[in-house]
Unconditional design. Structure first.
Length: 91
């Protein structure tokens, strides 16, 4: 947790003045994937649902960053595009 506070301070935030806002931002960035995972961990019964929820969260985050253009962009396509861009830079 200390590095997060150091980062926020170095980036111009005042954690001691806006702790509730920062808490909300962190909770929005990392939503609960599934209450059962928090309690039970991954099981054969919840793994598929949990992975789909995780992909949904990552897709939403990538959309916030503008990687959803065109609208049919999924996380897999975003990652493939990034891999292609990295590969092209090494050529």
């Amino acid at each position: 947790g200390q590095w997060v506070m150091d980062y926020l301070v170095d980036s111009g935030y005042s954690p001691h003045l806006s702790s509730l806002l920062i808490k909300q931002a962190i909770m929005s960035a990392f939503p609960v994937l599934s209450p059962d995972i928090a309690e039970e961990g991954y099981t054969p019964e919840n793994i598929e649902r949990s992975l789909l929820q995780l992909e949904k969260v990552y897709t939403n985050l990538s959309e916030l960053e503008g990687f959803d253009e065109p609208k049919n962009m999924t996380l897999v396509k975003v990652l493939n595009n990034a891999r292609s861009a990295i590969y092209q830079q090494t050529i």
